[in-house]
Design a binder for this molecule. Structure first.
Ligand code: SF4
Length: 345
């Protein structure tokens, strides 16, 4: 049975930004009680409708655009563990972007890995190649760690980059250190402000299910309140921890769906009009739950499955593009959104 004081808590949160204490009560109350959880999901959907609307955009994505040289790698990350792992080639990236454009996609992201200490010139050359190929009217989000300087970001801004990622996964410094031993929280925090200085929007990310179960409500609360300080933050990924056989955390249990959905809803109440993206670790059915918990309003529907396809002598643009592997979930995403009574823009 729902808790009546919980309903009042949500009514107050619908009117104003919840404080830290209120956010923690909202999260705890929903994790402990299924009826409260349903109330929270409904409140988060209402906030989404009133702040962002119920229209969703379909976007594209290209991952592994750079190798990851963090040492050690993040404990939850399955990328770059195999010596055979290769970054996507610039040719592939450019061809995939043209494919997205022809299919009506207007925004895409370039993500991972990270080259610590870099000024960003490797990523700049990829963005430059996209620009030189004639792409002028697509919005690009880059997400390759705190490995870019302000000047490089300013140059990228002139070539279509609108947003830069600084994904913390958690704002708990100790947990961050144990999960991302090759990374630096303070470098990321400085980078978050560098993004502002470069005049770009910021994108971030949190992972549900990291750390000990009993400390997670505080971790989620403090992480959301921490992120609220960045006025230029426009979007947040919520990933859901899922063990992969290749990672050091392979024996840790996956994050329960309800818990990840509670984090999505709490993010909607704390961050209001920011985009709350359902990211890695959610299967297609779970994604529906994430959207019903107030996630949105972007759906990544076209992804390059890169396999380091380089141009061969005699290739034409058409036959090169036909060798690309692009996963396309637009029809499934449209059907899902339709079923929920929402709209695709
Ligand atoms: S920085 Fe990104 S790609 Fe590199 S290990 Fe961490 S999560 Fe994986």
């Amino acid at each position: 049975m729902e808790d009546r004081s919980y309903r009042h808590l949500l009514e107050r949160a619908a009117e104003h930004y919840p404080s830290r204490t209120e956010t923690l009560e909202i999260i705890r109350g929903a994790l402990d009680n299924a009826a409260n959880r349903e109330l929270l999901f409904e409140a988060a959907r209402n906030v989404r409708r009133n702040t962002c609307g119920d229209q969703f955009r379909l976007t594209g994505g290209i991952s592994s655009v750079l190798p990851c040289r963090l040492a050690p790698l993040c404990l939850y990350c399955p990328y770059w563990r195999s010596p055979e792992a290769q970054q996507a080639s610039t040719d592939e990236i450019v061809a995939a972007v043209h494919h997205f454009k022809r299919e009506g996609i207007r925004e895409f992201h370039l993500s991972g890995g990270t080259i610590p200490g870099s000024d960003g010139s490797e990523l700049l050359s990829i963005v430059q190649a996209i620009w030189n190929s004639g792409i002028r009217d697509m919005e690009i989000t880059i997400n390759c760690g705190a490995a870019l300087n302000v000047e490089t970001m300013r140059r990228m801004k002139k070539m279509g980059v609108v947003k830069t990622g600084v994904v913390f996964e958690t704002a708990d410094r100790e947990l961050f250190k144990s999960m991302k031993p090759g990374d630096s929280f303070s470098a990321k925090e400085k980078f978050a402000w560098d993004i502002n200085e470069a005049g770009l929007q910021m994108h971030s990310g949190l992972m549900a299910g990291l750390g000990q179960e009993e400390s997670r409500p505080e971790n989620y609360t403090d992480s959301l309140i921490y992120l609220r300080q960045f006025p230029h933050m426009q979007s947040l990924y919520i990933s859901k921890f899922r063990p992969d056989p290749s990672i050091p955390l392979k024996n840790k249990e996956q994050c329960p769906l309800d818990e990840a959905c509670v984090l999505v809803s709490a993010a909607r109440l704390v961050l209001r009009d920011k985009e709350i993206r359902i990211a890695a670790g959610w299967n297609p059915q779970e994604r529906v739950s994430g959207i019903l918990a107030g996630g949105g309003n972007e759906l990544c529907a076209m992804m390059l499955n890169h396999h380091a396809a380089y141009w061969k002598p005699g290739d034409t643009a058409e036959n090169y593009e036909s060798r690309l592997e692009i996963s396309d979930s637009r029809s499934e995403q449209r059907a899902m959104i339709d079923k929920m009574g929402l709209e695709i823009q």
